[in-house]
Design a protein around this ligand. Structure first.
Ligand SMILES: *[C@@H]1O[C@H](CO)[C@@H](O)[C@H](O)[C@H]1NC(C)=O
Ligand SMILES: *[C@@H]1O[C@H](CO)[C@@H](O)[C@H](O)[C@H]1NC(C)=O
Ligand SMILES: *[C@@H]1O[C@H](CO)[C@@H](O)[C@H](O)[C@H]1NC(C)=O
Ligand SMILES: *[C@@H]1O[C@H](CO)[C@@H](O)[C@H](O)[C@H]1NC(C)=O
Ligand SMILES: *[C@@H]1O[C@H](CO)[C@@H](O)[C@H](O)[C@H]1NC(C)=O
Ligand SMILES: *[C@@H]1O[C@H](CO)[C@@H](O)[C@H](O)[C@H]1NC(C)=O
Ligand SMILES: *[C@@H]1O[C@H](CO)[C@@H](O)[C@H](O)[C@H]1NC(C)=O
Ligand SMILES: *[C@@H]1O[C@H](CO)[C@@H](O)[C@H](O)[C@H]1NC(C)=O
Length: 351
């Protein structure tokens, strides 16, 4: 739960940072960093020699990257997430037989569906949604709706007509299938089709009418991306392959590989040479200096008026003459204790 909250916080931070990010160039020199209004930050790229490896190549015309153009890209964040839309799997019945249907087959290269930010969703009466291995029949996740389809409520995805279950981690190759309970194929005249899809948490609201028809809809999905194939410790040892540039830090991932992030006090694209630029905290109210502010690489210092000392910060010790006074007081106390000591010793001697 904490991890989930963390992820959401990251997402919110990432969205609010969007504006700042869009103002600086996000690609290698000579490369474009936009497909329409979608920013494509390095290690992703559009033209040849503009991406880190072919996995990160974006087809600007279709806004797709892999898997037969099924995943439509909406947004790439430098925090290791990307958002896009995926279609659904479905199965339609006529009372006795399956008439038509379509599984959704996905191969996402080295990217995976975020298990913390998405849910497998099943819509239909007495329906099951399966996520299976791409080339086998092994089931890795399943969501089953109840057979009672008389109690459907808008906004309620608790098993009646709609159900959502978590996804396993590290899903990069899979198949989604939607199936009616074989014994009750199409027993609901109002529900001829069953649907299965992955959707970002809180991005699908169930409506009773979805039971009637929701064919051809697409849903927002969050993917996770990394670089490299090792953890930070091992990747940093191989300087030629390590991709985090200056003033950045390495973040271990639960997926294969790692992510880069600009070090505290820096902002920009940590995958680009000189991508992480110093944040000038002395501008735009990013500091809590009471008097003067001095920007330095990675942080800032506050200054105090002549004769005063302290950290100069509103939430720190501020600026005052007190520090000098305090040391005088300490000296006074030391002298007092010392003299008391002498007195005591003198009196013991006297005994
Ligand atoms: C990009 O443009 C499309 C349509 O032109 C629009 O639907 C979408 O919301 C825009 N995205 C952003 C992030 O502005
Ligand atoms: C992008 O995808 C379209 C449709 O599949 C294809 O015709 C085009 O050649 C692709 N563009 C590049 C640069 O690969
Ligand atoms: C359902 O489809 C099957 C196969 O196409 C057909 O044999 C059957 O008659 C159909 N049933 C109904 C009720 O339409
Ligand atoms: C929908 O299912 C009902 C039975 O559940 C069947 O009578 C009807 O023909 C089906 N409609 C279509 C369009 O297949
Ligand atoms: C599949 O069957 C359903 C229900 O009969 C129908 O509404 C839909 O148009 C069919 N889809 C295709 C692609 O044939
Ligand atoms: C279909 O539903 C009706 C009432 O809901 C039930 O009586 C009947 O047995 C069901 N048929 C099948 C094949 O499950
Ligand atoms: C779904 O989309 C396909 C192609 O995009 C189209 O042929 C089909 O008629 C659509 N079906 C419905 C039910 O809208
Ligand atoms: C910050 O770092 C850059 C390059 O690393 C250097 O050129 C510049 O002098 C530094 N600035 C300060 C204030 O230390």
């Amino acid at each position: 739960m904490t991890r989930l909250l963390q992820r959401f916080t990251i997402l919110i931070v990432m969205l609010s940072r969007k504006e700042a990010e869009s103002q600086v160039v996000q690609s290698l020199p000579g490369c474009s960093d936009k497909c329409g209004n979608v920013t494509i930050p390095y290690p992703f790229g559009i033209e040849e020699n503009c991406y880190l490896a072919t996995h990160y190549r974006v087809n600007c015309t279709t806004l797709t990257m892999f898997s037969k153009n099924i995943f439509k890209l909406v947004d790439i964040s430098l925090d290791g997430f990307m958002r896009g839309v995926l279609p659904m799997a479905y199965g339609c019945y006529n009372g006795t037989h399956e008439l038509n249907g379509s599984d959704l087959q996905m191969w996402m290269g080295r990217f995976s569906v975020s298990s913390t930010m998405n849910l497998l969703t099943s819509v239909g009466c007495d329906t099951r949604a399966d996520i299976m291995t791409l080339d086998g029949e092994d089931i890795v996740a399943v969501g089953i709706t109840r057979s009672e389809c008389d109690w459907l409520y808008d906004g309620s995805c608790s098993g009646y007509g709609c159900r959502q279950v978590p996804l396993p981690p590290r899903m990069t190759r899979f198949r989604i299938r939607s199936q009616r309970n074989p014994g009750k194929v199409g027993n609901w005249s109002f529900n001829n089709c069953s649907y299965a899809f992955i959707v970002q948490r809180d991005h699908y609201k169930f409506y009773k009418t979805d039971i009637d028809n929701m064919l051809n809809r697409s849903f927002p999905v969050v993917l996770e991306w990394t670089v490299g194939h090792n953890d930070c410790k091992h990747s940093q040892q191989d300087k030629t392959r390590y991709v985090c540039k200056e003033n950045s830090v390495c973040i271990d991932s639960t997926n294969d590989g790692y992510n880069c992030r600009c070090a505290p006090g820096y902002q920009g694209n940590p995958y680009l040479p000189n991508g992480c630029q110093d944040i000038n905290e002395c501008e735009g109210g990013l500091n809590d200096c009471i008097y003067g502010c001095v920007n330095v690489n990675g942080t800032y210092h506050c200054s105090c008026p002549f004769g005063q000392s302290g950290d100069g910060r509103e939430h720190g010790s501020g600026c005052s003459y007190l520090k000098a006074a305090k040391s005088v007081r300490n000296l006074y106390m030391a002298v007092t204790v010392f003299s008391y000591h002498i007195d005591w010793q003198a009196s013991s001697w006297a005994l």
